[in-house]
Design a protein around this ligand. Structure first.
Ligand code: MN
Length: 193
């Protein structure tokens, strides 16, 4: 029994070392930090030699203030990207019509991949032919507050927040629906005060 177990363990160690040496020194940094996986989708969609968008890194910070940003994105179809800082990344939704200040409007908000926190400062031109090619401008930004834990609110598909932006002030809800059978479809609604 002992030599068999020993052999298996050596096999695991060998595979690990092989991965490090074959992929170069980066593997040493990446393997012990599974959290970088949160932005794997964001990073895989972009060629950072061509776009000036920030490269994804998960940020940990102690401050209680969380930020939101709305970016007007003139891609193949104009939309507004609504992003909320949660757990070191920006949770993101594409809102075709943009947020409304009228509580009677329900705006479709399609969940997209997590973005790095630095993305909240990004504006500029994503080159044509690249992912999301077109002009990005910051339409609004500021702090937001949530009474509930945001992590569980996102998981439950029931977010209620208060925005402290320049354009958007007040309470908004983001509710996951199954419109069109797609759980990525949420609704962004201004709540009555
Ligand atoms: Mn976009």
């Amino acid at each position: 029994m002992f030599p068999f177990i020993f052999f298996v363990r050596m096999g695991v160690v060998r595979t690990y070392l092989k991965a490090i040496f074959e992929k170069g020194s980066n593997s040493i940094l990446i393997l012990p930090m599974p959290i970088s996986g949160k932005l794997a989708k964001y990073n895989s969609k972009r060629d950072f030699k061509k776009t000036s968008e920030p490269k994804g890194a998960v940020k940990r910070k102690k401050s209680k203030n969380s930020i939101f940003v709305v970016q007007k994105h003139q891609a193949s179809h104009l939309h507004y990207d609504f992003r909320l800082e949660v757990g070191g990344v920006l949770k993101s939704w594409a809102v075709p019509k943009g947020p409304s200040k009228n509580s009677k409007d329900k705006r479709l908000a399609v969940m997209t991949e997590d973005h790095p926190i630095e993305y909240a400062k990004f504006q500029g031109e994503i080159p044509e032919g690249e992912y999301g090619g077109g002009r990005v401008e910051i339409w609004d930004s500021g702090a937001y507050e949530s009474e509930k834990s945001m992590k569980s609110a996102v998981r439950d598909g029931q977010i209620e927040i208060e925005l402290f932006g320049k354009r958007l002030k007040g309470k908004y809800a983001l509710i996951r629906t199954k419109i069109g059978g797609n759980s990525k479809n949420w609704l962004l609604i201004r709540m009555k005060e």
